[in-house]
Design a protein around this ligand. Structure first.
Ligand code: WTA
Length: 660
């Protein structure tokens, strides 16, 4: 990891504009002032046990109460609310019906072709119960990992909740991943059951999900996967294997619409979600029931300042953590109305998002900086055609937002009146960690501002020493929190090494290292500087450079590959691959296209390299390590600076300069 090389503080604009929330907004907020926020923070620092205990009791319904708030015995394998018993679907569904809001809309869904559906809390519960009974009828039981590989249709949400209701942890795999990626996740998770669809609609195309499931099974997951449930979405022809594949609608048809929620222990697994790290293999991040329920609930309530009549829309996919926490669990646990959209803006409908906001009178809108930058590029004439006056709060997530995009979002979409919450967090953290609370914090464009109550963060150097103001360093979390990941599936060693042992702290133990660089300015505002490891973010999608390298090297013509990220105005980062070919391969330039296609097949379209540079050899140190720093500079078109004396063969560099 090279903090100072990849990210210099000078990269970050000095940004001094300050946007306090309007008095009108603050007066109506759940947390109304900076003082109120500070007082909550103070309580959390002075007595964390009491702080978490009181929220766990006030926000979550328990079948049996917990006795221990936090068990540190086997830290950093922390346990939260140990003896408690609950079911997250009870908190997301049943309790709202008991509290008299069963007829409130829980889910508004809009399909890409324009079809749509609404579910009240009562209707959603019935559907989830039917699905739960259907899963049970196939022999799925508590503890069985179920893979969900779906388009953005209501059944994806129903499937997740049905798994949670019967205590079967889910492993949702983003529908944009290829069959190869799906296979790896099926095998790693030992998932005997898959819920999928015949396909989905995206960008006016049909995504053939069932075909990808078939391919994943045929190419290696055949010994693992026993049953596949298929939702009918596109009605295109697919093949169904007898006794292995079942139609969702046929399975659900005669099921009872009541299913008793399974009584879960606080620390029972709720889900596994794969994410990229700095080594080749994706990590299965494990989240458990109670802590995740509390953290997704509480952060949603605080950050989105939710009110009874809000229509909330997060544009993420349920295949990512943002979809888990802020389309499904956080909103439903709060009894909110959550909107789900199958498609994305596309050439045939650039105004798709604004049309939905207008149609459903969306009040809170949560999206990614990449999306905002692409809206900027296509011009304000498009959103200006729609009535966006219902909006009262805007959010961003997934990557740093440049002040220019932030200002555009504020002015053009938010009409200068909606506060913006820039939320920093990760798959591993379960919920947001750093964000303004909209009624309490004056925002600065591009800063995620302050950590939330209960979350103590610091910026430190490699030795764990706090850095001075404005100095860049490693972002760490100093105290455990309920929504934290519990481990990496089947790899507790990697959990320790990746997150808890990288920075050597003097005296202090159990400090979580997030993998991001940050700096804190004179006013205490936190500025996220991006990843400091070999993880890149392409259009907000998190990808490991090693993952892409492994995909390239798996091609028969490739001898070696090194992948780096290059700054991109639209996507945040773009993928540049340096590749040396096996001897006797000289089908250039066809090979470049072939390799791009190969990466798409191996991982998915999100990992397609923007540029592949073929070279006889790659710059290496005498000990054989590829010097990525040099490749990064080459990819950026920058002058090579710093020490190159460790280069084994400096003529490689000269050649690369010519062709890059
Ligand atoms: C990045 C997505 C800057 C960061 C929720 C983190 C951000 C990674 C922000 C996690 C933000 C997320 N500002 N960077 N507001 N939010 N990131 O696991 O590098 O897909 O480590 O979770 O996204 O990505 P993940």
């Amino acid at each position: 990891m090279t903090l100072d090389k990849k990210h210099s503080i000078n990269n970050i604009l000095e940004e001094n504009r300050l946007f306090p929330p309007s008095k009108e907004f603050s007066d109506k907020s759940n947390i109304k002032s900076f003082e109120e926020l500070q007082s909550l923070k103070k309580q959390s620092l002075e007595n964390p046990t009491k702080f978490w205990e009181s929220f766990a009791n006030s926000e979550i319904d328990w079948f049996e109460p917990f006795q221990t708030v936090l068990d540190r015995e086997n830290a950093p394998f922390f346990k939260w609310f140990k003896e408690g018993k609950l079911n997250i679907t009870y908190n997301c569904l049943d309790r709202h019906i008991k509290n008299g809001i069963g007829n409130k809309t829980a889910l508004v869904w809009e399909g890409e072709p324009g079809d749509n559906k609404k579910y009240t809390y009562q209707e959603l519960l019935k559907e989830v119960c039917k699905a739960s009974n259907a899963l049970k009828s196939l022999g799925i039981k508590k503890g069985d990992l179920v893979c969900i590989y779906m388009p953005m249709i209501p059944e994806a949400m129903v499937a997740m909740l049905a798994c949670a209701r019967i205590g079967a942890p889910h492993s949702v795999v983003f529908g944009g991943f290829s069959s190869e990626s799906l296979k790896d996740r099926l095998i790693d998770g030992n998932a005997r059951f898959v819920i999928t669809a015949d396909g989905g609609f995206r960008k006016d195309k049909v995504i053939e999900l069932k075909k990808a499931v078939d391919a994943a099974i045929e190419s290696g997951a055949n010994k693992i996967v026993e049953k596949v449930i298929v939702v009918q979405r596109t009605k295109k022809d697919i093949s169904m294997v007898n006794n292995r594949d079942f139609w969702w609608h046929e399975l659900l048809k005669d099921q009872k619409d009541w299913c008793e929620p399974e009584i879960m222990n606080s620390e029972d697994r709720l889900f596994v979600l794969y994410t990229s790290g700095s080594t080749g293999k994706p990590k299965g991040v494990v989240h458990t029931t109670a802590g995740y329920n509390l953290w997704s609930h509480l952060t949603f309530k605080w950050i989105f300042d939710i009110k009874d009549d809000d229509v909330y829309w997060c544009t993420a996919d349920v295949g990512w953590i943002t979809g888990h926490s802020y389309i499904v669990y956080g909103p439903l646990s709060n009894g909110a109305t959550t909107l789900m959209f199958e498609g994305v803006p596309r050439a045939s409908n650039l105004g798709a998002f604004w049309e939905i906001i207008q149609k459903y009178k969306v009040t809170i809108f949560y999206t990614a900086p990449t999306a905002i930058r692409s809206f900027m590029k296509s011009g304000r004439e498009i959103p200006d055609q729609y009535d966006l006056r219902s909006l009262r709060l805007l959010g961003t997530v997934g990557e740093p937002i440049n002040p220019e995009a932030w200002m555009w979002y504020r002015e053009v979409i938010g009409d200068n009146k909606c506060p913006i919450v820039d939320t920093w967090w990760q798959t591993e953290t379960g919920g947001v960690m750093i964000s303004p609370l909209p009624g309490a914090v004056a925002t600065k464009p591009g800063s995620a501002t302050f950590s939330l109550p209960g979350i103590e963060v610091e910026v430190v150097d490699k030795n764990g020493e706090k850095v001075v103001e404005n100095e860049g360093g490693y972002l760490v979390v100093k105290k455990p929190w309920p929504g934290m990941m519990r481990t990496i599936h089947e790899n507790s060693q990697r959990y320790l090494e990746s997150y808890w042992e990288y920075i050597s702290f003097k005296g202090e133990k159990n400090v979580y290292f997030a993998g991001d660089g940050a700096r804190i300015d004179n006013d205490g505002y936190i500025w996220i500087m991006g990843r400091v490891d070999d993880v890149i973010s392409v259009s907000g999608h998190r990808l490991g450079t090693m993952e892409i390298e492994s995909a390239l090297v798996s091609h028969k013509s490739v001898a070696e590959a090194a992948v780096v990220g290059r700054k991109d105005d639209l996507k945040g980062e773009a993928i540049v691959a340096f590749v040396s070919l096996e001897k006797d391969i000289n089908s250039f330039p066809e090979i470049v296209e072939e390799l791009k296609k190969h990466v798409v097949n191996e991982i998915g379209i999100i990992a397609k390299p923007e540029k592949i540079i073929i070279s006889d050899s790659l710059p290496k140190t005498r000990s054989g390590k590829i010097m990525r720093r040099i490749l990064r500079s080459l990819a950026e078109g920058e002058k090579i600076s710093g020490d190159i004396s460790t280069l084994e063969d400096s003529s490689v560099l000269e050649k690369l300069k010519e062709i890059s």
